[in-house]
Design a protein around this ligand. Sequence first.
Ligand code: NAD
Length: 321
Amino acid sequence: MYIVPESAIADLVTRKDSFDAVEQVFASMSKRSAYNFPVIREAIGHAEALYGFKSGFDRDALNLGLKSGGYWPGNEAKSLTNHQSTVFLFDADTGKCRAVVGGNLLTALRTAAASSVSIAHLAPQTSRVIGMIGAGHQSAFQLRAALEQRNFEKVIGWNYHPEMLSRLEEVATEAGLPFERVELDRLGAEADVIISITSSFDPILMDAHVTGGTHIACMGTDTKGKQEVEAALVARATVFTDEVAQSISIGECQHAIAAGLISEGQINEIGAVINGTHPGRGSDDEITLFDGTGVGLQDLAVADAVVKRAVEQGIAIEVDF
Ligand code: NAD
């Protein structure tokens, strides 16, 4: 069995590795050769922690395993990240544990890879302006991965806490692009691609804000009650997701479904676009929306890529287990 500690991961896995792993698993999910098991998430009544498992099996890549972890609000005072997770991979032929991998950085990489895959397959080819809503921990990963998918010339951003926008400005500068703080109406009118990655429980981006052909990746809504875009905007868009069951229950589509504005049958799998069984964007004028809810199979796919690289480079710790 191999162990790959959290501290080793930053130098091991590239954004391309994460993109390829997540694209493959979305395709396998749509072919029904990979599936996620029901998610467990519990308030454990200790340390105010939320703890759970996300697990699944990808028969194409033979990735079987789980991500275990959650949220410990008191961690910051102990100089630890509040979100803590670990990925366990098992041998699909024997059930033996084959790897334990730090899951914190992996979560950011696989989440950024998901929106990046959606941009690669759905954004207008002529996209030049990217608009970011949200400037927290995940946002920098999201922006770096997105910038690789089109020839962007400018980054614009809005955040509920404007003082945090310097994080996005740094990423734009690092990529040699100008950055501008804008109000939401300008963001919706000027951006060809929009990523929302906040912990909001109320809509931020409204239907009236968005004009012209746009691709929107809604990445922050991963829990019942959270919301980033107005339900009417979801209803106006052609909607794609990683997993329909999560989209309607904990994803951005939960609100449009509850309001009766869309039906489950109108939500398409991004994997179908990757596999070529859905044409994806129909015209440059269309609004496409990706509801990225986050599935355990993404974690397993990227963890597997990490283990392969760690073994190749002699960094993986081998344990007789
Ligand atoms: P963070 O705490 O670092 O940042 C939170 C962001 O939300 C900041 O931009 C903040 O200004 C904004 N925000 C906070 N309160 C708000 C409010 N009331 N209204 C509007 N915006 C508000 O969090 P993070 O690690 O960057 O994660 C952002 C979101 O992404 C969270 O909701 C998290 O659960 C979600 N997430 C989703 C996935 C997925 O796979 N879809 C994966 C990881 C994280």
